[in-house]
Design a protein around this ligand. Structure first.
Ligand SMILES: Cc1cc2nc3c(=O)[nH]c(=O)nc-3n(C[C@H](O)[C@H](O)[C@H](O)COP(=O)(O)OP(=O)(O)OC[C@H]3O[C@@H](n4cnc5c(N)ncnc54)[C@H](O)[C@@H]3O)c2cc1C
Length: 381
């Protein structure tokens, strides 16, 4: 039996992509916002709607959305180049991140014509923000155990339950909620799940902040108490929720946000070593090499997605290796500054990276779960 190829073939940036990179760098040189701490994990913590709208004006949101739905009809590799440059610069992209990264491909695949016409132009214009409503207090890795339930009512569904760790729910317009629409079938635990587009300002929705240990607020608990979802906001097919969720995972797991969350920190450390503000440490080269390899792997997945090829296993590999690297960079910076007194901006970046570090390998599927996905993808389990 032929061994499945783990990572799709790697190709270098074309001249067009190189020129697009330069455009984004030029834009960033005139449009930098935010401060040092938000430059760590900026795709989760850097919520700046004004910046998002400026990106939309440049045509850098909804890049893969067809022109007929208000987007720009460009490829995944072009989007990859833009997002990679934004993240490498620590730009505040959290407001539109979820919508642009995974709601767009999900809507294109499963949305009704009305849903596409309603949401896609708004997402591309930076006017509509989404969250993810999957995790629950007793259900994270094992989503088959979600207890949020939806029952049929006249003209729609009534949804009741509690979602947790919902990034940005207090600012987003809507989230896609995974709920049980049929009792658990022990022979097929993933059957009977469905997805709904929930307006986060609707009656019956209560959003409670969860503050992280730094005092920052980006997580929430979202309580849904008999929230009425009209039939028009059923997402995809009733009962096919699991298939829908898993079919879009390559988009969620393979992007540059899975290895660049601490890139600003790596860059600042390297600069500080160059100027003598920090003692030089050859170890930094290992992290530069790891990030370079991840760039190649992640862009290869974007290329595969452009060709419409499945890339779930490769995406899981990028996420495991990438998020481990992000955390290792935080540790490296923390340890290598040691007893030295780093410059203030570097100090702030290190504190932010160390505080955010535990989340890197948890969100979007933990590394333990992903190793199982990789093993299955390779036919080993
Ligand atoms: C920064 C951040 C942002 C997030 N944003 C969102 C969001 O916007 N929306 C949302 O829905 N969720 C969000 N999450 C939640 C995230 O998806 C879950 O934390 C994750 O899926 C793990 O679930 P859990 O926390 O319930 O841990 P559990 O599933 O309880 O796992 C606990 C530990 O047990 C291990 N484990 C569990 N099952 C197995 C197994 N079968 N084999 C081996 N080990 C196992 C896990 O790897 C983990 O180490 C976010 C999380 C973080 C950290």
């Amino acid at each position: 039996m032929a061994t499945p190829r783990l990572v799709p073939p790697i190709t270098a940036d074309s001249a067009d992509l190189t020129s697009l990179r330069s455009e984004v760098r030029e834009f960033l040189s005139h449009n930098r916002t935010g401060d040092a701490p938000t430059s760590v994990d900026s795709w989760l913590t850097g919520w700046d709607e004004d910046f998002t709208r400026r990106l939309a004006e440049r045509g850098w949101l909804g890049m893969t959305v067809p022109v007929s739905y208000g987007g720009h009809g460009r490829g995944h590799l072009e989007r990859f180049v833009v997002t990679e440059e934004l993240l490498a610069a620590g730009a505040p992209v959290a407001a539109h991140w979820i919508a642009d990264r995974q709601i767009v491909p999900s809507l294109l695949k499963y949305g009704t014509e009305d849903q596409k016409r309603h949401f896609l132009p708004r997402i591309a214009a930076g006017q509509c923000f989404f969250g993810i409503g999957m995790s629950e207090p007793d259900s994270g890795s094992d989503l088959a155990s979600v207890r949020t339930s939806a029952t049929r009512v006249d003209g729609g569904w009534s949804v009741t339950g509690t979602k947790v760790w919902t990034s940005g729910a207090h600012r987003a317009d809507a989230f896609i909620c995974l709920a049980r629409t049929a009792p658990v079938d022990p022979a097929d635990r993933h059957a009977g799940l469905s997805q709904f587009i929930v307006d986060l300002r609707a009656d019956g929705v209560e959003i409670r902040p969860i503050r992280s240990m730094t005092g920052a607020h980006h997580f929430n608990e979202v309580h849904l108490d008999s929230v009425i979802i009209p039939d028009a906001m059923v997402f995809g097919t009733i009962g096919a929720g699991w298939t829908q969720v898993t079919s879009e995972l390559a988009f969620e797991r393979s992007g540059p946000e899975r290895f660049l969350s601490t890139f600003q920190l790596l860059s600042e450390c390297t600069d500080a070593m160059g100027t003598g503000e920090l003692p030089a440490d050859a170890e930094v080269g290992r992290y530069v090499a790891r990030v370079t390899a991840l760039h190649l792997m992640s862009s290869a997945v974007a290329d595969a997605l452009t060709r419409g090829e499945p890339a779930d296993t490769a995406a899981a590999v990028v996420k495991v290796l990438g998020t481990t690297t992000e955390g290792d960079i935080a540790d490296f910076a923390d340890v290598s500054t040691g007893d030295d007194d780093p410059p203030d901006h570097l100090h702030a970046l290190i504190d932010a990276a160390v505080a955010q570090r535990p989340g890197f390998t948890l969100r979007g599927g933990t590394n333990e779960i992903l190793r199982g996905v990789i093993a299955r993808g390779l036919g080993l389990r």
